[in-house]
Write a protein that binds this ligand. Structure first.
Ligand code: ZN
Length: 529
């Protein structure tokens, strides 16, 4: 369990400054909606999540205890827990402990000394080296060897598997019971396909468990390796009803995209669903550095093409970020006369549609030779996140035009602008951070917003924002459809940076003491059990 438990008078000033970038939030919800059996599942689900925690430490850094014990400064030790290692995730992965050197691009999932050339040559001979679920190590002959996660982390996977089976005993919902049982098996066999399919078939469960090696952001070398994480969530039934109807509109929205027909020829999954939850546990990858407020899974393109995806909106985490971060940011950086357009409903909507928008666009390159993810490698995540942000805004505006969604598009636009300032603070080491830098620079260039030199505040230009949105949509979907790795690399190099003026404005936010992100107080005590 992580929370900031350092007395702010302890530790160095350097350490306390770093820690002050985070503020605590208790992950709670009304457990009164759960049955007695559902409550009995929670300790098992939390215990399974804790195993992902320990796997992720090994993937991201190595030996957790050795690192923490070597840090005397209490504030920095706490900061290492938040970062799952000695590199500052919201500070461009800068080392904050002396002598550790730069963070390896492949974290601890590849040998530190491996070059891209060596790896690619070896992976051409042995494709398992590039697998989602393998660690790459050097064998006795210094050759590269792939070790499947269920062997590399056999103990953790075994314990997590047993906890999931114990939880499944109490699952009244048959879909949840099947999923937990299959997932328990997947963790120890490394075969995730069946459990991903079963996860897609769950519809009526009130408790939700996401667990396993899932996202590939931690692998900044190639974007191949999935990092261990877990969420335990409680479904918000009333919000979920309101959200479910939008998935039906995906095909219409896909048709309306402002790109040539060949870039929108794939059919978005229509079996996709969208639900709202309160989160009660985050573990591993998802608990490191900045916290996710929405989930779109599974990542397996086979499953996506067969069943679409499920999108999970984490409402209590979102409200925390809105209240504690976005509103204070807009008080500093958004023009006075537009500030009333920064609203939780718009923030919730933008985030919700970001997730839906992952389902739009294209998953395979036009020539059919590769998936977009495979073709764009380490740039795939930033581009995909940027796509989802921009198409999310497109969706809101299209659905408002169609009379499907009520509201004022100006709220979504100004909240979107404020959201860019929030997300560029995640830094260049985060795919979301890079996506927002790209959008900031691209939108500024197109006049979608402007900065008043006197007040130092930004205003959205609503018409030009629509133009910029359409132009960036086309640019990204072309890169993806063409599988244009070189083009994306050049684009990212040009746009994914923080210009001087923006850095000065971000420094003003820091000077005002506005936190960058949240750490969670979580666990049985936090939910009152
Ligand atoms: Zn996303």
């Amino acid at each position: 369990m992580i929370q900031i438990d350092v007395d702010m008078s302890e530790g160095s000033e350097f350490g306390r400054d770093l820690l002050s970038q985070y503020t605590s939030f208790r992950l709670a919800t009304d457990l009164g909606v759960l049955s007695e059996n559902e409550c009995r599942m929670l300790p098992h689900l939390f215990a399974a999540a804790d195993e992902m925690e320990s796997i992720f430490w090994k993937q991201a850094y190595g030996d957790r205890e050795e690192l923490l014990n070597s840090i005397e400064d209490l504030a920095l030790r706490e900061y290492a827990k938040i970062n799952y290692g000695p590199w500052d995730r919201i500070g461009g992965n800068a080392p904050f402990i002396g002598g550790v050197g730069d963070k390896p691009a492949g974290a601890n999932m590849y040998p530190r000394d491996v070059s891209k050339e060596e790896f690619e040559a070896a992976a051409a001979q042995d494709p398992s080296l590039a697998g989602l679920y393998t660690m790459v190590v050097r064998d006795a002959n210094e050759s590269l060897e792939a070790i499947p996660y269920h062997e590399a982390f056999a103990d953790e996977m075994q314990r997590a598997s047993e906890e999931l089976l114990a939880a499944a005993e109490f699952a009244d919902d048959p879909g949840l019971r099947t999923y937990l049982t299959l997932r328990a098996e997947a963790l120890v066999t490394g075969e995730y396909f069946e459990s991903d399919m079963a996860w897609m078939d769950m519809k009526d469960n009130r408790i939700e468990m996401v667990v396993g090696p899932i996202e590939t952001y931690e692998d900044a070398l190639f974007g191949y390796k999935a990092a261990a994480e877990a969420f335990v969530l409680i479904k918000d039934m009333s919000w979920s009803e309101r959200l479910s109807r939008y998935a039906q509109l995906l095909p219409m929205l896909q048709e309306g995209l402002s790109v040539p027909p060949e870039y929108k020829q794939e059919t978005p999954g229509t079996d996709s669903d969208l639900n709202a939850y309160d989160a009660i546990y985050y573990a591993g990858d998802t608990n490191a550095g900045s916290k996710t407020i929405a989930i779109n899974l599974p990542n397996d393109e086979q499953v996506q093409l067969a069943k679409g995806t499920r999108r999970l909106q984490l409402k209590n985490s979102m409200q925390a970020k809105f209240d504690k971060i976005l509103v204070p940011i807009s008080e500093v950086l958004i023009a006075q006369d537009q500030r009333q357009h920064v609203t939780f409903d718009a923030f919730f909507g933008n985030t919700m549609f970001h997730e839906v928008a992952h389902g739009l666009g294209i998953k395979n390159t036009l020539d059919g030779s590769n998936t977009v993810r495979g073709a764009l490698k380490e740039h795939a995540s930033a581009l995909e996140e940027g796509k989802a942000d921009i198409l999310g805004l497109y969706m809101v505006s299209a659905l408002m035009d169609a009379g499907e969604v009520e509201g004022d598009i100006r709220d979504n636009m100004v909240t979107f602008l404020a959201g860019i300032f929030r997300s560029v603070r995640f830094g260049a080491s985060s795919a979301h951070g890079r996506a927002n830098m790209i959008r900031f620079n691209y939108f500024l260039e197109m006049g979608a917003f402007s900065r008043d030199g006197e007040t130092g505040r930004y205003s959205a230009d609503y018409d030009k924002m629509i133009d910029a949105m359409n132009a960036l949509t086309e640019k990204i979907l072309r890169f993806q459809g063409d599988g244009d790795y070189e083009g994306v690399a050049a684009f990212v190099a040009e746009y994914a940076r923080v210009p001087q003026q923006l850095q000065a404005d971000l420094d003003r936010l820091a000077a005002e003491g506005i936190p960058v992100d949240i750490v969670f107080e979580q666990g049985l005590a936090a939910v009152g059990r």
